[in-house]
Design a binder for this molecule. Structure first.
Ligand SMILES: [Zn+2]
Length: 477
């Protein structure tokens, strides 16, 4: 899978190093400029908007919701019929709460009605097909505008700035990118345009991790941007071997998986710096980010409309009470997600942060979303499921899938086919996974009728039978 430098897939796949020649000729250009005008405009806007009063934020949200609902009403046959049945007219929307007359949107409804939900034909220019695993082990496919990443990325950078990392700051990145070895066998690639050093999250033996840390130590001031599970693998390795953290790492940026309190404590102790995380999802309905002085997630009012609902569908407004996160995203105007059930749960904290004064809805203790599941390579190294996960059509025509592993270096990928599944689908899955796993784990695809829930009633992506010593916490998820 060859990827070129592209602004649109910045966050989904992260930019890959461009050709050295382009890098040399553009080396003096600021990353903010390279990320485009839309990114710069949004970043400036968010740097102000984060301090809005609740009234200003609500007025903004009403405007965005009305626009989204009008679009859905005018262009999407599915929403037109839903709005009519509910007696909802987007022009009457006066406060965000007016949405509560509409039914919730769950993943199955989205699967069944995807084509009629779209506001433009899915084959239109500028539309991407993307997917997520959701929480049920079943891939969820939908369409989204190709220009989404500038807005998404501006939100992320605006959060990182709170802990000192700007668009200009060097990052050492350990995520899902496939990184080939350089002449010295080090799995490292450098994108000089965005000042990012990529290392391979698939290659995390003690020797690999030692080499990464040596290399990172020579980068000058930088932030380590990684999955929580990768940060924890590094921290445990350093603790086990009595290795000191490179003193030039200014902070840890953790995303795409739940951060458990004990993992945060371990990472901050071993690295001696702040771990900063955000909460978001591929469906892009809600984005939360920590602030300078708190680890509660501050929900961005500019990204989507956030609801926390109890088991009866009533809003949770009492601090300490838990509910399910339901979101209406402002970013995706191709497949509007209106009152979308994320399947994630969180504890309600309040509407104003004592530490920073921002008037954002605050939540903590998010569960259910992207747990830290692991595969074990032949050499005992761990590979995070999040790094393997594909946000493309790899699992098209698949209802559910799950790795089952009882031997290091070997796994069975159980696949529940959907209608239309053909040998070509199987071949594509095998080919793309092989490329990602790079021989570290051999696997065989096995077709199955169903994938059973765990004892806790959840489906996971990895049915892990190997006892992983000191693995990242999986409790509570
Ligand atoms: Zn705060």
């Amino acid at each position: 899978m060859k990827r070129a430098f592209s602004r649109k897939n910045l966050w989904e796949t992260l930019p890959r190093p461009v050709k050295a020649v382009a890098g040399r000729s553009l080396g003096w250009v600021s990353p903010e400029w390279l990320l485009g005008r839309k990114f710069r405009t949004w970043l400036r806007f968010l740097n102000r908007a984060q301090y809005w009063t609740r009234e200003v934020a609500t007025a903004y949200q009403v405007k965005r919701l009305r626009r989204l609902c009008r679009l859905a009403y005018e262009k999407s046959p599915y929403y037109r019929s839903v709005f009519r049945s509910a007696g909802f007219d987007p022009r009457d929307l006066k406060r965000p709460e007016d949405l509560s007359g509409l039914p919730l949107l769950d993943k199955n409804t989205l699967r069944e009605h995807l084509e009629e939900m779209c506001t433009v034909p899915p084959d239109s220019p500028g539309v991407d097909y993307t997917s997520t695993g959701g929480t049920s082990g079943s891939p969820l496919h939908f369409y989204i505008g190709a220009d989404r990443s500038a807005v998404e990325y501006a939100h992320l950078v605006s959060g990182w700035i709170r802990v000192g990392c700007t668009a200009h700051t060097t990052q050492a990145v350990l995520r899902g990118a496939v990184v080939k070895p350089d002449a010295n066998g080090l799995r490292h690639e450098y994108d000089r345009l965005l000042r990012r050093h990529y290392y391979s999250g698939f290659h995390m033996t003690d020797e690999d991790m030692g080499r990464y840390l040596d290399h990172i130590g020579g980068l000058g001031p930088c932030y380590l941007h990684a999955y929580p599970s990768s940060i924890i693998m590094l921290a445990r390795y350093m603790e086990r071997c009595g290795r000191k953290a490179p003193g030039n790492i200014r902070g840890l940026l953790a995303s795409s998986e739940i951060v458990y309190p004990q993992d945060r404590a371990l990472a901050q102790r071993v690295f001696g710096v702040r771990l900063y995380s955000d909460y978001g999802m591929t469906e892009k309905v809600v984005l939360g980010a920590e602030c300078e002085g708190s680890t509660d997630y501050h929900i961005w009012p500019t990204y989507g409309w956030f609801e926390l609902l109890d088991s009866e569908g009533k809003p949770v407004r009492e601090p300490g009470k838990r509910g399910e996160i339901v979101g209406t995203g402002f970013i995706n105007s191709v497949t509007p997600f209106i009152r979308y059930r994320t399947g994630d749960e969180a504890t309600y904290v309040g509407e104003r942060c004592e530490a920073c004064g921002r008037e954002h809805v605050l939540i903590r203790e998010v569960l259910g979303h992207r747990t830290q599941e692991m595969l074990v390579a032949g050499d005992g190294g761990l590979i995070s499921w999040t790094a393997i996960n594909m946000h493309d059509d790899t699992f098209a025509n698949v209802r559910q899938f799950q790795f089952r592993q009882d031997t290091p270096g070997w796994a069975v990928l159980r696949v529940v086919p959907a209608a239309g599944f053909s040998p070509a689908d199987r071949e594509r899955i095998e080919r793309r996974l092989r490329e990602k796993l790079d021989g570290r784990i051999q696997f065989e695809v096995e077709l199955a009728d169903e994938i059973r829930l765990t004892e806790r009633g959840k489906t996971t992506y990895v049915d892990q039978r190997i006892k992983i010593d000191h693995g990242p916490a999986s409790s509570g998820g």
